[in-house]
Design a binder for this molecule. Structure first.
Ligand code: FES
Length: 68
């Protein structure tokens, strides 16, 4: 397994663990405050994108992928 692990959380965000550099479209890094795990919105409802703010729960987002 690689140093970076991305997990599709059931009905929720992408959990990214590992040594993370998250860049905006200009290449500027987001300040992750030294976190080694972040949660990225994949429902589109977060008011703090690209991060999950929990809005997927009230948005009724549903996704429960299973690996092959
Ligand atoms: S996945 Fe959590 S707010 Fe979108």
């Amino acid at each position: 397994m690689s140093d970076i692990q991305i997990t599709t959380l059931s009905n929720g965000p992408l959990q990214v663990k590992g040594p993370i550099d998250l860049l905006d479209p200009t290449g500027k890094p987001f300040d992750l405050g030294g976190k080694t795990a972040i949660y990225l919105c994949r429902c589109g409802a977060s008011k703090n994108r690209p991060f999950c703010d929990g809005a997927h729960k009230t948005a009724g987002f549903q996704a429960d992928e299973k690996a092959g």
